[in-house]
Each structure stands twice: as structure tokens, then as C-alpha cells.
Write a protein that binds this ligand. Structure first.
Ligand code: ADP
Length: 636
């Protein structure tokens, strides 16, 4: 095999640049990342060995070995795992597999890596973190199970790397770090022990190191001699298989940080054993901080799946619905076969039972947190509310349970305080039949919206929804505790019988004016009618009951979707002096140009009030100026 020089892909170059120059204070996590890669490689080999005898015979005891070499100034991390072929090395160590990485790099420029150390490792950039402490990295690997020569990969992180034939007799991988001059502390036995214990204590496979020990001589009393012995540095505790009473909170938290590659404490720990149709142990965590990337398509979700202590897969997405993708943890099944494949997983009865059980446990835990630890729940909700709410749309069988967990500001609570749907229903007026909501960008803006004027006057609470997806979600929820959800910007509104009678009177009084306005605006609106929702404003635009929200419409358009521009209804306020004046003009001169100008102004005003641009800003400004000039003339 000749030595080939290759170029890193652009994004790897960028990433390496960040790694080399990072002033990051937790550089020691490079060891956690390399050990974690080795552990994954061993899991893969062990899994393959179930069906491939050659791997089993070659492997011996699975282990990860750390070898500091003071003379050569290198630190080597070796494993007897699955290894890599030449092509796999080029693929794995020369490119970045995950598409979220581009966003990651962008985010790193905006957010300070120093303050967000957990970002490393969450995006599969683990291996490259070696370059925080090493100026040259050599990887020697031999693939298990097939007869191929070992491969040597080497790079100075200068934009290129080389691949050629390496020297390694048995399957597995050696990663050799040529340490930077100021990172020699990672040759120190004490330092290495500490870092392993801090970050990798729960790794299931032994992490060993040769250590020199002094022993008492058996021949000459009082004399000591030095021996080198392999020592296991990690405790390898399968913490999830212990009884709850045997695990301290600190241990739970450390384990959480270990599996989630993060630095926060979890908001909730769930550790239980399920018995019955499916037997399994679950140790699940609800994090307190959202990992970056939770909204990216390739976000890895699902707990790690073990079968009788053997790790089967890192992220088993079949075990959790995507709207609970923030949950981290471990699930260890007693029923599944060890050689279970992805295809079998998808149609497995046990997996289905486990998923239902886990979903219920998490939702119950959240509802308990909301009831008993509201402040904590608020923090959780700020981080993950947006993810959780997807459940309304995607888990129709549990939509009401998910709705119970949602929090919203309302026209009663104002900005800063939140209420629940349940509280809303409890506070409903005796004759109120519907749950009213309005969507918007911020609470203050919504509080001044013309759409809620009548609701405010009648003291009817309106839920304020600020997330882009809320309108769609409310459409999916449709009703809550038997009460229909209704957007106050859609359809007709009659808050009570008195209001309905007022509308009828208005329709009678302004019938002719309405037809005239309708005629002038026939290109823009499908109808003009008397409003049941306005008090101070003269007019507003409303969509049909089943149409999408104007806010959503704008978002869809911005995303390049072809949203047909449906005509809306212009509602006018019968109690507004402007409508009164227009009606008087109409009585005096049916053909008055003022009526046309005013109709267009009304329409443009309505557009402005909902946050849209006037139809023709130049014509609009000209019309307003004309009125101002008239006004000044009359006043002087
Ligand atoms: P991640 O581990 O998140 O995928 P890394 O950059 O750390 O990201 O590693 C990239 C890939 O390189 C791994 O997915 C794996 O395929 C391969 N790899 C890294 N270290 C080893 C190892 N010790 N043994 C076998 N394969 C490895």
C-alpha cells in the first residue's frame, strides 16, 4: 500500500482550525471522546461477534488501554474493537458525516465555545478534539472479521492527512497523540486517572493502564521492589441495574453527564423496572438545558438500548416518540434477542410495549413536575416546550395529555406569567363555549391587537400563542375538555346574544354602505360585514374558520411554499365614528370620490393592524397626505 496524501473536506478544515486555536478550558474531554469511540468500536465488535466466530476467537477480553510514553511524548489510546478499513478511515476521519455540523460551525462563531463546552461531542466531532492537545495524530487500525492489511492514518491538522500501510497484528485501533509542548500533563498518571474517573467511569469495558507499583519483597523483609501492572481505572458500574436505594443523586447526575456529553444536572431522573409483558430496566433523564441541534433533522434521539447488559445501539429511536427527543438514558431489556437488527426492531412487539411505557412514564413525570415543582417545570418548559408541543400534532392518542403540559400567556396573565389550558377552562365565563386564542410575535403587541378588543371589554380571556407552529397545533388539538379551540382572528365572532343583536342592527343600518365598500374592494376582499370583535378600531381583516393563520401564511411563503392568496373578509366596527361619517357621505352623495378613497384606506388600515404592509404603499401615503391637507385647510 503506497502512502497517499489527501485533503480534508472544507468543513473538517474549519473544525480543525477551531480545535487547534480553541482557548477551551475543558481540553481534557478529548480523552472522553477517544475512549467513547473505542467503547463504541468494542460494542460493534462484540455485537458482530455474536454471528461471526472469527471476531470472537480473536478478541480475547474487550478492553481499552491508555499508554503514556514520556520519552516519545505521546499518549496512545488502544482498543480491540471493530477497527477500520482504509476506506472507512478516509470516510470517518476525513469528512464529517452529520449535516448538522455546518450549523454547528456557524453557531460556534456566534456562541462562545468556551461557555458551551457540551457542544463538542454532540455533533460527532469527537475524534477531532484530539487536536486540542496534539499537534500530530497517528491512527493505526486493523478491521476485525476480514482479512485486510492494517492502515496508518496521520495528520498535522494542516489541511491534509496521509494514509498508508500500518503495523498492527490484531484487530482494533490505536490512536497516538503527539502532545503539544504545553499539554504534557496528559502523560501524568495521576492526571489520566482523574480524567478517566471524571468522564468515563461508567464505560462498561475496562479502561486499563500500566502502572508502576512498589511491592514488599517476600524474600527480603522490609525491602520493596517495583513492578509494572495493568490496572483498571474505571469502575464499570452498570448503574441502571442497581437498586434505586443503592445509587446516590451525585452518581445519577454524573452518569447523566457521561451519557449526554453535557455539563448540566438533569431536571428529572426516572429509574424503574418494568415488569409484565415486557421486562426491562430504564434509567431516563430529562435534561435541564436543551442540547444544541435539537431542531435539526439529524438530531440523534432515543436512549441507548442494551439487551442483558450488552449494548445493542447508541440511539434507539424506536423507543421514544420524536416529541420527547430531549430524554436521554439507558434501557436494558431482558426479552429482546441479542442479535436484534434495525428492521426487526421496527416491528417488534416488545419494542412497542416499551415505547408506550416510556412515553407514559415521561409524560407522567412531567405532569408531576408541573404540579409539585412548578419553577423547575417552567425552566424545563422554556427549554423544551417547543419540542414537547409537537406531540399534539403527532401523537393524537395523547394530545390532550400533552395539551395539559402546555403553558401560555393570556390576555389575563399579561407578559411574563403563564397559564394552562386547564386553568383557562376553569376560569371560563358560565356561558362561554369556546377556548379563544390569538397568535402573534410578542405578548405586548398582541395585547394591543384590534382582534381582542371586544374580548377585553367583556373580560373574556384569550390565550396568547407565540410559537410559529401554535396555530397548526391548535388545529390538530381541535378541542380540549370538550371545548372547541377558536382563533380570534378567524371566522365570525358573536360573544353573546346582546352582541349578536347589535350586529344585526349594524347590518341593517349600514347595509348600503357595506355594499358600496364591497364593490370598491371587490378585488381584495371576499366580503364586508359588521364585526363582533372590534371596539376602538374601525376595521379588521379576518380569515375563514378553517384557513391558515396570516402569520403562518407568511412563514410558509418565506419558506418558499406556494400558498394560494385566499381573499379575506373585511369587518367594520358599527360603533366607530369613521363608519358613521362614511354612511353620512353616502346619504348625501352616492358617487362621492371620498367613499372610494376611504374604502381603500380602511382596507390598508386593516392590513397595517394585522402587521402586513399596505397593498400599495405609495398610493396609501398619497391618500393619507390628501386627507391631512384637507384637514389642515379646514382647520386654518
Ligand atoms: P462520532 O464518534 O460521533 O461518530 P468521531 O469524529 O469521534 O465522531 O468519529 C468518527 C468515526 O470514526 C466514528 O463514527 C467511527 O466510525 C470512527 N472511529 C473513531 N474512532 C474509532 C475507533 N477507535 N475504532 C473504530 N472506529 C473509530
Amino acid at each position: 500500500m503506497t502512502v497517499q496524501q489527501m485533503e480534508f473536506k472544507t468543513e473538517v478544515k474549519q473544525l480543525l482550525d477551531l480545535m487547534i486555536h480553541s482557548l477551551y478550558s475543558h481540553k481534557e474531554i478529548f480523552l472522553r471522546e477517544l475512549i467513547s469511540n473505542s467503547s463504541d468500536a468494542i460494542d460493534k465488535a462484540r455485537y458482530e461477534s455474536l454471528t461471526n466466530r472469527i471476531i470472537m476467537e480473536n478478541a480475547g477480553q474487550w478492553k481499552i488501554k491508555i499508554t503514556p510514553d514520556r520519552l516519545a511524548n505521546t499518549l496512545m489510546i488502544s482498543d480491540n474493537g471493530i477497527g477500520m478499513t482504509k476506506d472507512e478511515m478516509i470516510e470517518s476521519l476525513g469528512t464529517i458525516a452529520h449535516s448538522g455540523t455546518r450549523e454547528f460551525l456557524k453557531a460556534l462563531k456566534e456562541r462562545d465555545l468556551k461557555e458551551n463546552p457540551e457542544l463538542i461531542g454532540q455533533f460527532g466531532v469527537g475524534f477531532y478534539s484530539s487536536f486540542m492537545v496534539a499537534d500530530k495524530v497517528t491512527v493505526i487500525s486493523k478491521k476485525a472479521g476480514i482479512d485486510v492489511p492494517p492502515v496508518l492514518w496521520e495528520s498535522h491538522a494542516d489541511g491534509t492527512y496521509t494514509v498508508g500501510e500500518g503495523d498492527r497484528k490484531t484487530p482494533g485501533t490505536d490512536v497516538i497523540l503527539h502532545l503539544k509542548a504545553d499539554e504534557k500533563k496528559y502523560l501524568d498518571e495521576w492526571e489520566l486517572r482523574n480524567v478517566v474517573r471524571k468522564y468515563s467511569d461508567y464505560i462498561e469495558h475496562p479502561i486499563v493502564m500500566d502502572v508502576e507499583k512498589e511491592k514488599d519483597s517476600e524474600i527480603e523483609k522490609g525491602k520493596k521492589f517495583k513492578v509494572t501492572e495493568e490496572e483498571t481505572l474505571n469502575s464499570q458500574k452498570a448503574i441502571w441495574l442497581k437498586d434505586r436505594s443503592e445509587v446516590t443523586e451525585k452518581e445519577y447526575h454524573e452518569f447523566y453527564r457521561h451519557i449526554s456529553h453535557s455539563f448540566d444536572d438533569p431536571a428529572k431522573v426516572m429509574h424503574y423496572r418494568a415488569e409484565g409483558t415486557s421486562e426491562f430496566t430504564a434509567l431516563l433523564f430529562i435534561p435541564s438545558r436543551a442540547p444544541f441541534g435539537i431542531f435539526y433533522k439529524d438530531f440523534k434521539l432515543g436512549p441507548t438500548l442494551y439487551v442483558k447488559r450488552v449494548q445493542i445501539m447508541d440511539h434507539c429511536e424506536e423507543l421514544i416518540p420524536p416529541y420527547l427527543r430531549f430524554v436521554k438514558g439507558v434501557v436494558d431489556s431482558s426479552d429482546l434477542p441479542l442479535n436484534i437488527s434495525r428492521e426487526i426492531l421496527q416491528a417488534n412487539r416488545h419494542i412497542d410495549v416499551m415505547k408506550k411505557n416510556i412515553t407514559k412514564k415521561v409524560l407522567d413525570a412531567l405532569s408531576e413536575m408541573k404540579k409539585d415543582e412548578y419553577e423547575k417545570y417552567l425552566d424545563f418548559y422554556r427549554e423544551f416546550g417547543k419540542v414537547l408541543k409537537e406531540g399534539i400534532h403527532y401523537d393524537l392518542s395523547r394530545k390532550e395529555q400533552v395539551a395539559d403540559l402546555l403553558l401560555f400567556p393570556s390576555t389575563k396573565t399579561g407578559a411574563g406569567t403563564l397559564t394552562t389550558m386547564e386553568q383557562y377552562v376553569n376560569n371560563m365565563k358560565p356561558d362561554q363555549e369556546e377556548i379563544f386564542y390569538i397568535t402573534g410575535s410578542n405578548t405586548d403587541e398582541v395585547m394591543h391587537s384590534p382582534y381582542i378588543e371586544a374580548f377585553r371589554e367583556k373580560e373574556i380571556e384569550v390565550l396568547i400563542m407565540l410559537d410559529d407552529i401554535d396555530d397548526i397545533l391548535m388545529g390538530s388539538l381541535f378541542e380540549y375538555k370538550g371545548k372547541k379551540l377558536k382563533s380570534v382572528v378567524k371566522g365570525d365572532v358573536s360573544l353573546d346574544s346582546e352582541e349578536a343583536a347589535g350586529k344585526d342592527r349594524g347590518q341593517e343600518k349600514y347595509g348600503r354602505l357595506i355594499s358600496v365598500i364591497k364593490e370598491y374592494l371587490k378585488e381584495d376582499v371576499q366580503d364586508v360585514r359588521i364585526s363582533g370583535r372590534l371596539r376602538d378600531s374601525a376595521c379588521c381583516l379576518v380569515t375563514g374558520e378553517g384557513d391558515i393563520d396570516p402569520k403562518m401564511e407568511k412563514i410558509l411563503r418565506a419558506m418558499g411554499q406556494d400558498v394560494p392568496a385566499g381573499k379575506r373578509v373585511l369587518e367594520i366596527n358599527p360603533g366607530h365614528p369613521l363608519i358613521e361619517s362614511m354612511s353620512r357621505v353616502l346619504q348625501q352623495d352616492e358617487k362621492s370620490g371620498i367613499l372610494k378613497d376611504y374604502s381603500e384606506l380602511l382596507y390598508n388600515q386593516a392590513l397595517l393592524l394585522e402587521g402586513s404592509k399596505p397593498k400599495d404603499p405609495v398610493a396609501f401615503t398619497r391618500a393619507v397626505t390628501k386627507i391631512m391637507v384637507e384637514h389642515v385647510k379646514q382647520a386654518s
